[in-house]
Write a protein that binds this ligand. Sequence first.
Ligand code: NAD
Length: 262
Amino acid sequence: MTPPSSTPLPEPASELFSLRGRRALITGSGQGIGFTLARGLAAAGAELVLNDIDPVRLEQAVATLKQEGFPVTGRCFDVTKSAEIDAALAEVGPLNILINNAGIHRRAPLESMPLEAWQAVLDVNLTSAFLVTRAVVPGMIRRRAGKIINLCSLNCEVSRPTIANYAAAKGGLKMLTRAMAVEWGKHNIQANGLGPGYIRTAMTGTLTVDPEFDRFIRARTPAGRWGEPKELVGTAVFLSSRAADFVNGQILYVDGGLLAAL
Ligand SMILES: NC(=O)c1ccc[n+]([C@@H]2O[C@H](COP(=O)([O-])OP(=O)(O)OC[C@H]3O[C@@H](n4cnc5c(N)ncnc54)[C@H](O)[C@@H]3O)[C@@H](O)[C@H]2O)c1
């Protein structure tokens, strides 16, 4: 069937997915997934504001991306400290994209999990997304545009022994993502989750070298392997771009098919 002549031509992908003229803040981007997403968003045209709690790591990450020719600055703060966040973000300028990526693990059997380990994981993986987004979103509401991406996990849906704190935090982050979508959709803000499967980073370092766990992941993942941080870039660029202007409140799993398999 010939489309009616009034049908607008689709925009070329180079425009639809372009992040030119956008400024993005990625928390915990001194290494790992956050750093790789920063590089990917920068390659798609965005100006980047990196963050980490570790000043040396942050400085090295900023220097690396600058050396590669990308416009990037760094803000060192702890994503769990409201006053630090507000002070650090006071002068970064308008932010179009926020990726809440900072996260930690403190593994312990649930029956003997110290309260400190429970609280720390809830603070860094869940409360931080509330605090950082609360600091950033007023500008997005004023400008009637914004993209928020929360780093979710397979543990938004399923758990394993010794990670009850992490699963509770990521499960909460899934619902915080939906709450953001519901509350701010009317301001043309889209909040979505990016849920990686098992990805090789420092966080999973001890697991990737554990032969038994490595075998388990390869057998459990339909792709038959671990994922690499760079395999998350396409989804992050998509969710940050105009291509996702009507995508809101979704959790997009990039997991080699793991969640689809029994
Ligand atoms: N690696 C995986 O397989 C995997 C899978 C699913 C989800 N995730 C999620 O992806 C995100 C990134 O994970 P990663 O594997 O790159 O981890 P990583 O440990 O390699 O990097 C995390 C970064 O966050 C920083 N950070 C920690 N606490 C912070 C704080 N309070 N304030 C600011 N920065 C802080 C760390 O210094 C570090 O640079 C996390 O939210 C994690 O839960 C990872």
